[in-house]
Design a binder for this molecule. Structure first.
Ligand code: 4AD
Ligand code: MG
Length: 451
C-alpha cells in the first residue's frame, strides 16, 4: 500500500520527511501569503494541517477548493508553530480530485440537527460525529469477534429467511417471491432471531454465536427500535443462567475496553458534542459489578418508588412487562449501575425459557444499562422435553411447527443458555447517541427505508 493514511502521518511522520497526503478538505483559510487547508481522510477524527504558499496556491487553482473537495498534497512535514498539532505539511504541489460546490454541499456549515443529517444519510458519514460513531461501530464488531472467540465460541451463520417465529411475538416480515406463490413451499419470514438455529449448532459445537441482521415489524416509532437491526447471539451448551449472566457482563466490559483502547479520540469528540457523561458512564460500567436481582425484587423497588411519589407513565404491577421508563429508573436512578434482572413471570417471556421450580417464573435475564434500558435479553433454555412440549401446547402453539427444535432435546439434552445483544443499542451506549437511527448508517424503521 503506497497511500499513507492521515492518522499514520500524524503518529509516525518525521519532520523533514516527504509525504503525499490524500483527503477531503474540512476547511480553507486564506491569508495574504499562505492558505491553510485542514485535511481529513476518515482514518480518525484527527486532521492534517496543510500550508500552501502563494506560488503553489496559484499553480493549483486553490481558489476553487473549499470544504468537501478532495485533494492530494505533496510536500515536506515540518514542525508546526500553531496550536493543536505537532507537525504540518508544507505543500509544494496540490492536485484536485473533485470539487464540492460551496452553494450546494450540505455539510458546509457546522451545527446541523441530527434530523437534517438523517435526511442526508448518504453524506453524513463525512461529518465528525458520524465518522466517530461508525468507527466505534466497527471497533465494537471486531471486539465482539475477538472476545467471543477468545471464550471458545464458534462464529456460525444462521438463516435470514425462516419459517419459525422464535420470539412468538408475531411481529415478522413475510418473504414472497414475485415469480411464484409460496416459493419455499410454505409461508416464510425474515428472522427475528437466530437463536433456535444457534441452539441446534451449540449441541454440535458446544459454544457458538451468530452476528447477523434481524427483522421486526414492530410498529414502534421509538428511538430504540429499528425494523432491521443487528444482533449478536451467543449460545452455549452446559451453561446455566449464572454462566449466561457472567458472559454477558464480561462481554459488555470487553466492548467498552476495546473502545477505550482503540477509539479514545472519537470518545472524546462524542463526550464534548453529544453526551457530556459518556466517558464517565462507560468508566463506571467497565469497573462495576453489575447488580443482579429478580424481576420480583425489581417490581418491589418500583412499587415503593411509585408509592413515594415517583410518577410513571405506565403503572407498575407484578406480571406486566417492564417499560423502558421502569428499566431506566432501576439502572439510572435507583442503583446508578448496570442491572441484570432474572426470574421473569413466564407469561411475559418466550416459550423456550427454562421453567423455575416456583411454576411462575422462568430463568430469563435482561441486562439494563443507563440511557438505554434493555441492551441484552437472554435466558437458560428449557431442555426438559416434557416441560418444553407442555409449554408449547399451553401457549396454543402447534407442536408440529417445532418438530426439529424439539428433536434437539429429544437426543442428548443438556442445560444450555444464551442471549442476544442488540448491536445498535450497544453502539448507542458506547457513543452517547440518543436515537437508534443515528448509529446505523442507513436505518430501516417504520415509515423509513430511504437510501
Ligand atoms: O430480547 P430479545 O427479543 O431476545 C431475543 O431475540 C432472544 N432470542 C435472544 C437470545 O436469547 N438469543 O432481543 C435481544 C436484544 C434486545 O435486548 C435489544 O437490545 C435488541 O435485541 N432489540 C432491538 N434492537 C433494535 N430494534 C429492535 N426492534 C429490537 N428488538 C430487540
Ligand atoms: Mg427482550
Amino acid at each position: 500500500m503506497t497511500t499513507q493514511r492521515i492518522i499514520d502521518i500524524l503518529e509516525q511522520g518525521q519532520v523533514g520527511q516527504r509525504i503525499t497526503a490524500k483527503g477531503w478538505v474540512k476547511s480553507r483559510r486564506d491569508s495574504k501569503a499562505v492558505t491553510f487547508l485542514v485535511l481529513g481522510d476518515g482514518s480518525s477524527v484527527k486532521t492534517l494541517q496543510v500550508v500552501v504558499d502563494e506560488a503553489v496556491r496559484e499553480a493549483a487553482q486553490l481558489q476553487l477548493v473549499g470544504t468537501g473537495a478532495s485533494v492530494a498534497v505533496e510536500g515536506e512535514l515540518v514542525a508546526s508553530p500553531g496550536k493543536g498539532q505537532t507537525v504540518e505539511l508544507k505543500a509544494d504541489k496540490v492536485s484536485i480530485y473533485g470539487l464540492a460546490d460551496q452553494e450546494t454541499y450540505p455539510l458546509q456549515k457546522k451545527g446541523h440537527s441530527m434530523e437534517f443529517l438523517r435526511s442526508i444519510a448518504h453524506l453524513r458519514s463525512r461529518s465528525n460525529v458520524f465518522g466517530a460513531v461508525f468507527r466505534i461501530r466497527s471497533t465494537l464488531a471486531q471486539a465482539t469477534h475477538r472476545f467471543l472467540s477468545g471464550q471458545g465460541f464458534n462464529y456460525v451463520h444462521t438463516p435470514i429467511i425462516t419459517a419459525s417465529d422464535c420470539e412468538g411475538a408475531g411481529a415478522m416480515f413475510e418473504v414472497k417471491a414475485n415469480t411464484k406463490d409460496h416459493f419455499f413451499g410454505r409461508p416464510a419470514m425474515l428472522t427475528v432471531s437466530g437463536q433456535l438455529n444457534a441452539e441446534a449448532l451449540a449441541y454440535g459445537l458446544g459454544r457458538v454465536y451468530t452476528f447477523g441482521p434481524t427483522f421486526r415489524a414492530e410498529n414502534s416509532n421509538t428511538n430504540r427500535h429499528l425494523a432491521e437491526f443487528w444482533m449478536i447471539e451467543p449460545e452455549a451448551a452446559f451453561f446455566d443462567i449464572h454462566d449466561d449472566m457472567d458472559l454477558a457482563e464480561a462481554y459488555l466490559k470487553a466492548l467498552i475496553e476495546a473502545v477505550f483502547a482503540e477509539r479514545r479520540d472519537d470518545l472524546e469528540l462524542l463526550n464534548s458534542f453529544v453526551d457530556k457523561d459518556l466517558i464517565k458512564t462507560l468508566e463506571t460500567t467497565k469497573n462495576a459489578t453489575f447488580v443482579r436481582l429478580t424481576y420480583t425484587e425489581a417490581v418491589d423497588i418500583l412499587l415503593a418508588a411509585q408509592k413515594g411519589g415517583r410518577a410513571f407513565e405506565f403503572p407498575v404491577a407484578w406480571g406486566s412487562d417492564l417499560q423502558s421508563e421502569h428499566e431506566r429508573y432501576l439502572t439510572e436512578e435507583h442503583f446508578k449501575l448496570p442491572v441484570i434482572l432474572t426470574a421473569y413471570p413466564k407469561e411475559i417471556k418466550s416459550f423456550y425459557m427454562f421453567q423455575n421450580d416456583d411454576d411462575k417464573t422462568v430463568a430469563a435475564m435482561d441486562v439494563l444499562v443507563p440511557r438505554i434500558g434493555e441492551i441484552i435479553g437472554g435466558s437458560q433454555r428449557e431442555h426438559r422435553l416434557d416441560r418444553l412440549e407442555k409449554r408449547i401446547v399451553e401457549l396454543g402453539m402447534k407442536l408440529e411447527d417445532y418438530t426439529w427444535y424439539l428433536d434437539l432435546n429429544r437426543f442428548g439434552a443438556v442445560p444450555h443458555a444464551g442471549f442476544g445483544l442488540g448491536f445498535e443499542r450497544a453502539v448507542m451506549f458506547c457513543t452517547g447517541m440518543v436515537n437508534i437511527r443515528d448509529v446505523v448508517p442507513f436505518p430501516r424503521a417504520v415509515g423509513q427505508a430511504a437510501f
